[in-house]
Write a protein that binds this ligand. Structure first.
Ligand code: NAP
Length: 333
């Protein structure tokens, strides 16, 4: 049995290239004492992975050259030498861009495949869903009637943020790339409006769709869009720094020019890392599932087949050629 793996071959300069990756095939490993073998079904593709490719770009250490690329995963226990997990159990973890991995049970979380398809545990029931929940509710602190603007609105995190804002009685305005994504955000997800940043003037759109200005801006993209929203803040607004995907392929990040808008609006800008809330994920998942069952929270995964498509699939995060949570199905046979 062969384990196909994707390894980091070079540190990218700008957008990752095919030559930044190496594909290897190794024998499937045997689990040792108190370990399990997981057959990985899906690998998560996340913007944070771009940061892990160059040391010093993020809050955790980068991936070493030659190592299997770090990635969130979901899969099925195929062999178990631990009483904590049985063959057939479905588990999530950070097992990397490969088809099989050996792990200790404490490195894995058991999930229920009867409640949702496995790939959903990498999306709304996993890290992106938690990011939306804690970033919006704990940092943004929405109140009924307030206006919430979110960028990356058709993506894994952003699509959830706007719907959670609606569930909390807010006005939700998205920012996304292209008319199709904007139509999806409004018609399928129920946002009040969406600004197409690729074809519209964002400042004019904010003026039109946020008549009472912006109480919460959930920023997934940074750059010029962040500056545009800063110019439209309401008094005591909260700017939630979730990410800055427009900057991840640049050698030097550009910060907001318009930060002084925080002063006039007596506003607050605050970053967060979702893993700090790990102990509260269970309670968040209960509320997320409740919203899903009530039809208030819709979600979508964009599944690409085949581990060999890892390099091109990852680039879709930056081109925007995908909708909802991007995952790679890697199991064979
Ligand atoms: P995603 O939104 O599903 O995918 C990325 C999207 O970003 C693309 O679909 C694209 O949508 C948009 N995009 C790409 N380049 C852009 C640019 N130059 N300007 C504007 N938009 C651009 O990704 P995600 O997993 O939900 O992550 C969203 C953000 O959350 C990322 O910044 C990520 O780093 C952050 N995040 C933070 C934490 C945390 O703990 N703080 C945890 C997870 C994720 P369009 O087609 O609309 O352009």
């Amino acid at each position: 049995m062969i384990n196909k793996q994707v390894r980091l071959a070079a540190r990218p300069d700008g957008l990752p290239k095919d030559s930044d990756w190496e594909f290897t095939e190794t024998p499937v490993p045997e689990p040792g004492e108190d370990e399990v073998l997981v057959k990985i079904t899906h690998v998560s593709l996340d913007p944070a992975m771009r940061g892990w490719m160059n040391p010093g770009m993020t809050y955790i250490e980068g991936v070493e050259l030659g190592d299997v690329m770090r990635a969130g995963t979901v899969g099925i226990v195929e062999k178990s030498n631990s009483p904590a997990l049985s063959v057939g159990d479905a588990v999530t973890g950070v097992q990397g861009a490969q088809q099989y991995a050996v792990a200790k049970p404490r490195e894995l979380q058991k999930v229920d495949p009867s409640l949702a398809p496995l790939e959903r545990y990498l999306g709304i029931l996993g890290m992106p869903g938690m990011t939306a929940y804690f970033g919006l509710l704990h940092i943004g602190r929405p109140e009924p009637g307030q206006t919430v603007v979110v960028s990356g609105a058709a993506g894994a995190v952003g699509s959830a943020v706007g719907q959670m804002a609606k569930a909390k009685g807010c006005r939700a305005v998205g920012i996304a790339g292209g008319p199709e994504k904007c139509a999806y955000v409004v018609d399928a997800l129920g946002f009040d409006a969406c600004i197409d940043y690729k074809n519209e003037n964002v400042r004019a759109g904010l003026k039109a769709h946020c008549p009472d200005r912006v109480d919460i801006y959930f920023d997934n993209v940074g750059g010029e869009i962040l500056d545009a929203v800063l110019a439209r803040l309401a008094m005591h607004a909260r700017v939630v720094i979730s990410g800055a995907i427009s900057q991840y392929n640049k050698s030097k990040f550009s910060g907001p020019n318009n930060y002084i808008a925080l002063l006039s609006a007596r506003a607050r800008m605050e970053g967060f890392v979702v893993f700090d809330y790990a102990k509260q994920y269970g309670a968040a998942a209960v509320e997320i599932v409740k919203w899903m069952n009530e039809g208030k929270l819709k979600t979508e995964e964009h599944v690409i087949e085949g581990i060999e498509n890892f390099p091109s699939a990852m680039l879709r995060l930056f081109s925007g050629d995908k909708r909802g949570k991007l995952v790679l199905a890697v199991a064979e046979g």
